[in-house]
Design a protein. Structure first.
Length: 206
């Protein structure tokens, strides 16, 4: 990897980290503290619901709706009063049923690829979920990160997001997921030029 270009990416990361610590410090600490796959179903379910809701939606909308949907405990009638996307609700309801066999279900979550077998989890969201449930500290190659990597390295490639964030993490002595989250928050807030209702405890981003 070109060291000069990587240095430029690290400069952005340092700006991102400062902004994220100021506006979403508790969220950053939660991501950074993850160490191994979550042991209880309820914690896993919350993260799963958030990732499903956030797919194709603004993060602040997912953050607002997630606790409301989680409280419905898979009850379709209650969920549909809050949120109208039937496909997403079907997926959430299906995963809620896994609570009865959580031990067996948890044992099946062994790799990022295994997460892609879950309803409504795809090639990008599998990394988002893996990071958020502590399965592994990795980067989510969403549109913000892909565009940023293209700007820095002149190549639009989802795989590059993982390579760049991993390189930054090793240089700075951080977890890759922490680097990814800080950069994503910064980029999604117009490179730290604006603050939104999610900031300073408004909504928890994940």
């Amino acid at each position: 990897m070109n060291e000069e270009k990587l240095d430029g990416a690290i400069e952005d990361y340092e700006k991102a980290l400062e902004f994220c610590e100021k506006t979403h410090g508790s969220d950053l600490k939660r991501i950074d503290s993850l160490n191994g796959l979550m042991k209880d179903f309820d914690s896993f379910f919350y993260e799963y619901v958030y990732v499903v809701l956030a797919s194709g939606f603004r993060a602040k909308i997912a953050a607002r709706l997630c606790p409301l949907i989680v409280k419905c405990e898979g009850d379709m009638e209650k969920m549909i009063e809050i949120f109208r996307n039937q496909r997403k609700l079907n997926a959430i309801s299906e995963i809620w049923k896994k609570k009865e066999n959580w031990g067996e279900f948890r044992a099946s979550l062994t790799t990022v690829e295994s997460l892609a077998d879950l309803p409504f989890i795809g090639n990008i969201t599998k990394y988002h979920l893996a990071r958020n449930i502590g399965l592994m500290s990795c980067a989510k190659p969403d549109v913000h990160m892909v565009r940023w990597c293209c700007e820095k390295f002149g190549k639009e490639d989802e795989a590059l997001v993982g390579k760049v964030t991993d390189a930054i993490a090793k240089k700075k002595g951080k977890k890759q997921g922490t680097v990814d989250f800080a950069l994503w928050v910064w980029l999604s807030h117009q490179r730290g030029s604006v603050e939104a209702e999610c900031c300073h405890g408004g909504y928890a981003l994940r």
